[in-house]
Design a protein around this ligand. Structure first.
Ligand code: SAM
Length: 277
């Protein structure tokens, strides 16, 4: 996948994309990230990227010209309505607090594309003509206001990259993570469940939060790992994981319980959990 980031702070990305899964994905060519400095697309000697808002009001607004010209310099990008060149599917995304909120299903959708372009706003925001005529979607990383789109772009690069087949060593692990419903998981969902063995194969989160994880030592300062996890009974482990995932989701994110399709076993486990609380 190709990822282009348009920003007035290119150095911002020196750190966040240089670690772990994203670094490896870049090194192996699974993702190719290019950072574009919007100031290189200005024409005045001060390299001005912002101006005062029409109609008055606070702050400055990012001008449209550098953004349009930068995008046009990227070549082979399709028009806004189709966003397909040959077989390559693309999306031009404006980072915005007013956008569709990023979640695992949107990340999965984006991970199936061949190219994404991320436009980072600053100041009071970006001239609206970028949203109206250039970007095909606006994406928010949460209901709060950031100073700029760069953090949001880094979040999108991270969450999208780890869903690209081959980016995470054990691909099954991205399927069993929090929020991952099979229907949402795009390509990853197609890996067969049947071909796997062991308790984790049947512990996909199914849209709930992930189950708790423990590692050695089994006894740390008197805090002991749940017995069921060390007894080797796969079916008991699977049930325990599902029950604890349901319990945590009920406690922290009850909205997710409303959304997912619960199995008969889930309903039975939920009844037990509610009976105990
Ligand atoms: N005036 C805007 C508003 O009230 O919606 C906020 C502008 S914000 C200070 C500057 C830039 O930060 C935005 O243009 C956008 O690119 C980015 N930004 C702010 N909050 C964001 C969020 N929750 N998700 C993604 N990008 C965000």
């Amino acid at each position: 996948m190709k990822i282009d980031i348009l920003t007035i702070f290119p150095d911002f990305f020196r750190g966040p994309l240089d670690y772990g899964i994203v670094r490896r994905a870049r090194e192996t060519g699974l993702v190719e990230v290019s950072i574009h400095d919007l100031r290189n697309f200005t024409k005045d000697k001060h390299r001005t990227v912002d101006d005062r808002p029409f109609g008055g009001g606070e702050g400055m607004v990012l001008k449209p010209e550098p953004i349009f010209e930068c995008l046009e310099s990227l070549g082979e990008l399709a028009g806004r309505s189709e966003r397909v060149v040959g077989d390559a599917k693309q999306s031009v995304i404006l980072l915005s607090a007013q956008g569709r909120r990023l979640d695992q299903s949107l990340a999965a959708e984006l991970s199936a594309l061949d190219r994404i372009v991320l436009i980072c706003g600053r100041y009071e925001g970006v001239d609206e003509r970028v949203s109206e005529h250039l970007a095909d979607r606006e994406v928010s990383i949460g209901d709060y206001v950031l100073s700029g789109g760069e953090l949001g772009a880094a979040v999108i690069v991270d969450t999208v990259t780890r869903l690209i087949p081959g980016a995470v060593g054990n691909e099954a692990s991205t399927r069993q993570e929090s929020f991952t419903e099979d229907a949402f998981a795009g390509r990853n969902a197609r890996a067969t469940r049947d071909g796997e063995s062991g308790p984790s194969s049947t512990c996909v989160s199914g849209g709930l939060l992930d189950y708790p994880h423990y590692t050695r030592p089994a006894d740390f300062r008197g805090m002991v790992v749940p017995e069921v996890l060390v007894n080797g009974n796969h079916d008991q482990i699977r049930r325990w994981r599902r029950r604890t995932a349901l319990a945590k989701t009920l406690r922290n994110r009850p909205d997710l319980i409303e959304r997912v399709a619960l199995t008969e076993e889930d309903k039975e486990l939920l009844a037990q959990i509610k009976g105990r609380s």
